[in-house]
Write a protein that binds this ligand. Sequence first.
Ligand code: URA
Length: 218
Amino acid sequence: MSATTGGDTPSWEEALEAMQGCAACGLSRHRKNVVIYRGARRPRLLFLGEAPGAQEDESGFPFVGKAGQLLDRAIAELGLPADGYGITNVVMCHPPGNVFDPKAAVACRPWLELKLALLAPEVIVTLGGRALRALEPTSGRPLAEAGRPRSWRGRPLYPMLHPAATFRRRAFRDQWDRDLERLRSMVDQWMPGFLSCSPIPPRGSAPVGSPPSSVAFK
Ligand code: URA
């Protein structure tokens, strides 16, 4: 099966098998694992990142490195239920040197569409400019777009900075924190009752709720 072949929509399991064997671009020659997805089978909210790093390539799961720790903390702080969210990337194979490869994004696009169709999230949160531009090619600079909700194919789309950006500048970390607070109130509007009701604690305090397991099923 290829993501571009017509016909019936495959099951999630069939799609996983096909994605594991993908050789649609040159990144497939260097990868250890195809990094497809982690999270709930029926996520209401989907985080969309850019491309896996070296740790994700090793493990086969998205966002398990340092940026993933920040994302997991944000998820815990938001109070997202474990069976309510998922995490994926625009590109499924680790680009050597972490250099984002636009050709790989084009080659991976049918798989992204298939994942979106099968997972059918109600809300999408993009992480970083490349994830946002994959869905909204005309969007502006990540810093200007972050925290400004819009609609994508009839569902809310909320852009955030890439978590890795927050390690580079204090101002990005502050923006991340502000955007997270806003996301919480937006999700409360979009999906009343979905989040646990504890407020986001001030930075530096312990995360609330139980930490999500580092990897869930694919
Ligand atoms: N950065 C991403 O965009 N995705 C990952 O999975 C890890 C880091």
